[in-house]
Design a protein around this ligand. Structure first.
Ligand SMILES: Nc1ncnc2c1ncn2[C@@H]1O[C@H](COP(=O)(O)OP(=O)(O)O)[C@@H](O)[C@H]1O
Ligand SMILES: [Mg+2]
Length: 213
């Protein structure tokens, strides 16, 4: 999963149900995410966006319904809402380490890391520890880490939530470029204005796709 395969990855979920603590939090959701397209999941806080993105990325299995392909987790890079950085590593190390662990040669890992951090708008902060960065800076390191993986499937959970308009636009541009390069990109946002700038949008409402919109 260290390089985009070029074959593309079509993710298709049908009748997805997830229940937690006796509550249905995804209620028979049908969803398709195609290569070359940014698929957006939007809805209010608590609507089920993160849960749907985790299912799409293969981080959790649905309690009912089907989702294919089954190897999507191995081909995915995920930006989780809580960033998931290692606090005592630098920004750069957080991006580079997953590449090295997947066998990317050192030179290439460094090149991809530098390029991804630049695309995420993080000049000059590469040698700072993650724990010293602001929320917005951490969020961009998490985005850079996903970009550097050049995965077939890039799933980003509210990747602009902590960002000002200018840096949010950098991140959105980078995600659009990943789709244009052939990746299957899924992003969630609770910002209706941002969602409205995309063509392929799912509106989630209380765990179900809102069909009235
Ligand atoms: N592990 C869990 N146990 C119980 N409830 C959960 C769990 N995960 C999510 N939920 C509930 O499911 C709903 C959807 O959560 P989530 O997918 O995080 O929504 P969103 O990302 O749109 O804010 C919320 O009401 C949340 O409290
Ligand atoms: Mg969420």
């Amino acid at each position: 999963m260290t390089k985009r395969s070029g074959a593309g990855l079509l993710v298709r979920g049908e009748g997805l149900v997830v229940s937690r603590a006796g509550r249905v939090i995804l209620d028979h959701v049908d969803v398709v995410a195609a290569p070359g397209v940014v698929t957006v999941v939007t809805g209010a806080s608590g609507a089920g966006k993160s849960t749907l993105l985790w299912v799409l990325a293969g981080l959790i299995e649905p309690d009912a319904g089907t989702i294919t392909p089954t190897d999507r987790f191995d081909r995915a890079a995920v930006v989780v809402q809580t960033y998931g950085l290692l606090p005592v590593l630098t920004a750069k190390e957080n991006v580079e380490l997953p590449l090295l662990m997947r066998g990317v040669p050192g030179d290439e890992a460094r090149r991809r890391t530098d390029a991804a951090l630049e695309r995420a708008g993080l000049p000059d902060l590469n040698d700072r520890l993650a724990e010293e960065l602001s929320g917005g800076q951490r969020q961009r390191v998490a985005v850079a880490r996903a970009l550097a993986m050049q995965a077939d499937l890039l799933v980003a959970d509210e990747p602009t939530a902590e960002l000002d308009a200018e840096t949010a636009s950098l991140v959105v541009t980078a995600l659009r470029e990943e789709a244009a390069a052939g990746a299957t990109v899924v992003l969630s946002t609770n910002d209706p204005d941002l969602a409205a700038t995309f063509d392929h949008v799912y509106h989630l409402h209380s765990g179900a796709i809102d069909r009235d919109l």
